[in-house]
Design a protein around this ligand. Sequence first.
Ligand SMILES: [Zn+2]
Ligand SMILES: [Zn+2]
Length: 341
Amino acid sequence: MSTMRAVRYLGPKQEFVLRAVAIPEPGPGAVRVKIAACGICHTELHLRDGLLDLGRRDFTVGHEIAGVIDAIGPGVDAARLGQRVIVYYYEGCLDCEYCRQGEEQLCANPAAQPGFSSDGGYADYLVTRARNCVKVPDHVALSDIAPMGCAGTTAVHAGKIAEISPGEWVVVNGIGGVGFALLQFAIAAGARVVAVGLGAARLALATKLGAAAVIDAATTPDTAAAITALTGGGGDVVFELVGTAETMRNATLMLRRRGRLVLIGYTAATYEIHPIELIIREARVLGSVGATLQDLHDVVALVEAGKIIPVIDKTFALENFDEGLAAIENRTLLGRAVLVM
Ligand SMILES: [Zn+2]
Ligand SMILES: [Zn+2]
């Protein structure tokens, strides 16, 4: 039996371990992807720390996967062999009220969720549904696009949920991997974007990518007041990506009348706000989880058109996954970190 390298999740509050496991074979309708790159996501930290636990144990982590199709199962078009692809990481039941509408991220009984509850991308190979593999344009590097499978799709999905109109003020509260993609998505939608974040380098990049204004959260004691002044009333849309009690509260207080707050990032903290803050604004608080397969197709098209430029800070060899995770945890990176196989 031939084996491959895989980084395994064994259970909450346990370190991941690199192991040799069997190379998977694709069944009907499935393909095998020889993984070229896998982005490192906060999700892995949430799994390790026990914040996210879908009940499964002993599987390979990682869901920001790009590679080349190197084997196909029965019923898959042979033309797909050798195709460079990025992977959609939900395998919904395809039969429930959500899946029927293409909203696999809301499926209560998914067949698999690579990297969340079934084998994912910190490995040499992955088997997944052929339909979940989206072709990558020739001129785009697999290591550049891999994180877009999560950071990019999360941004596009949240952007659609916010229903951004041209000319609106959009605040990205927490500029980083998802934030850079959201910033670019909102600009493409015609919004004026304010990026709130930590560190001069990150904020300089936000400006370069088209932010109308940037606010350094480290040196701005009251970001809500700063945004309200800057935008003449607050953000029409605020995307909250950090998820601490303070950032969630500030994100609410920087909403304009009739503003929409979209919660994406989370920590162990609870969202707490007096209802009057929502009532007087007639504000809406929305959650956004993951993305649809269509969102992944849209991200790939946006990257191909140059409207979303993936921001990659560092790459790591698969064996050095723990260094990559530490870099994510310390929040020292400008953009995403990617494992390359
Ligand atoms: Zn379903
Ligand atoms: Zn992710």
